[in-house]
Design a protein around this ligand. Structure first.
Ligand code: NAD
Ligand code: DAU
Length: 369
């Protein structure tokens, strides 16, 4: 049986990894609903752009009529909801877009899904029985472990620090409420920091690679002793598909890589890899690490995140396949091999690419593969 996946935010960093992986599964049709914000790049999916089992729909998840239309037209079996504003620093500078997309957008999607699912119960009870909506969330909803030895479990109380984290926490609450009150078959995952190919270069690792190659300062916030638990994006994509297809409805699963590293150590490791993989340094740079610069800290900066992923490992048999060493090496090499991609997504030239490869429709409407 062919399973129809509706993925929101599929042109983003993690969403594109999910879609690339789904298309490796023979019996999967994929619909990608994305607004194409600055963070959405269809070029990340160029390998499957003309695949007849893939469809791109240019739409905003906050648009109720468009969302109903998407459900009505594509009749998904599984929804994987990744569309979001995702950058903490941007949420501090301008929270409005985070409230709109992460909270109102999730609400709008839930209502469209509920309308579709209620209809299915009448028209196709077997399909209704199998329907599920998987909401992709973050470990930032749990707040700050503040240097303690504890790990985030699925029952850790929510205590978000940033506008981004608070908006994601709100969206998680909405999803749980729609399950409890309306019985909508939902699942939630909360994951730690991802890294890997196609990561927009505003986030720590790609920003450091890009700046180092340009001979620019490597800005480390505060003292750089904040700890994040890094997971290679393709491991996350595998975990998400496992939860969406095999997870128990109503449940939450934490996902993490068991890779707790301080920010300063991350930047130092990036520099070491660049010394080895790109020894031809920009003019005036003796060692990449000389570019490390301590700058003002992020307001409300969480000191430590770390995930207890034992539930997904035990119940669904998922384990990460990359260590931080192997994943970071692949990532640095990918960025060195794809400096053009980085320049295009940061210069806005990728929009020209979209128009060339998808035509006007991709920008204003839907492209049906
Ligand atoms: P991203 O910023 O790279 O991509 C987000 C995508 O959503 C983009 O393609 C963007 O165009 C799209 N989008 C934004 N607003 C939209 C709207 N209103 N309607 C339709 N599409 C819209 O994000 P990411 O890093 O790939 O994260 C994906 C999801 O995973 C997010 O929900 C995020 O909270 C969650 N998450 C991310 C991480 C991480 O480390 N990056 C970790 C855990 C969870
Ligand atoms: O934990 C999961 C979260 O990880 C996701 O939900 C978010 O969508 C994702 O963006 C990421 O959030 P972070 O804030 O942890 O990621 P970021 O790459 O922005 O920063 C990682 C750490 O590095 C953080 O402690 C801040 C620090 N940092 C970041 C940048 C961009 C710096 O020291 N300097 C920088 O220039």
């Amino acid at each position: 049986m062919v399973v129809r996946y509706l993925v929101t935010g599929g042109a983003g960093f993690i969403g594109s990894a999910v879609i690339r992986r789904l298309r490796e599964i023979a019996a999967a049709d994929v619909v990608n609903v994305d607004k194409l914000t600055y963070a959405g790049n269809l070029e990340s999916l160029s390998a499957i752009a003309s695949d007849s089992r893939y469809t791109f729909v240019h739409a905003d998840i906050c648009d109720p009529a468009r969302m109903r239309d998407v459900f009505h037209t594509f009749r998904p079996d599984i929804v994987m909801h990744l569309a979001a504003e995702s950058h903490v620093d941007r949420s501090i500078d301008g929270p409005a877009a985070f409230i709109e997309t992460n909270i109102v957008g999730t609400y709008t999607l839930l209502e469209a899904a509920r309308w579709y699912w209620q209809g299915l119960k009448e028209s196709d009870p077997v399909k209704a029985q199998g329907f599920r909506l998987h909401h992709v969330s973050t470990d930032e909803v749990y707040g700050d472990l503040n240097g303690s030895g504890c790990l985030f479990t699925e029952t850790t109380l929510y205590s978000p620090s940033s506008p981004y984290a608070a908006s994601k926490a709100s969206s998680d609450h909405l999803v749980r409420a729609w399950h409890r009150t309306y019985g909508l078959p939902t699942l939630i995952t909360n994951c730690s920091n991802n890294y890997g190919p196609y990561h927009f270069p505003e986030k720590l690792i790609p920003l450091m690679i890009r700046n180092a190659r340009a001979g620019k300062p490597l800005p480390v916030y505060g003292n750089g002793q904040q700890v994040r638990d890094w997971l290679y994006v393709e491991d996350h994509a595998r975990a998400l598909i496992k939860v969406a297809t095999e997870g128990e409805v109503g449940e939450t699963y934490n996902i993490g890589g068991h890779n707790e590293v301080t920010n300063l150590e991350v930047v130092e490791r990036v520099c070491e890899l660049l010394e080895e993989l790109a020894p031809d340094k920009p003019e005036g740079v003796k060692q990449y690490r000389d570019l490390i610069t301590f700058v003002a800290d992020r307001p409300g900066h969480d000191l430590r995140y770390a995930i207890d992923a034992s539930k997904i490992e035990r119940e669904l048999g998922w384990v990460p396949s990359e260590t931080f060493e192997t994943g970071l090496r692949k990532t640095v090499q990918w960025y060195l091999d794809n400096e053009d991609w980085v320049e295009r997504v940061t210069s806005g030239a990728y929009r020209e690419w979209v128009e060339k490869h998808y035509g006007e429709q991709a920008v204003d409407g839907a492209k049906h593969g």
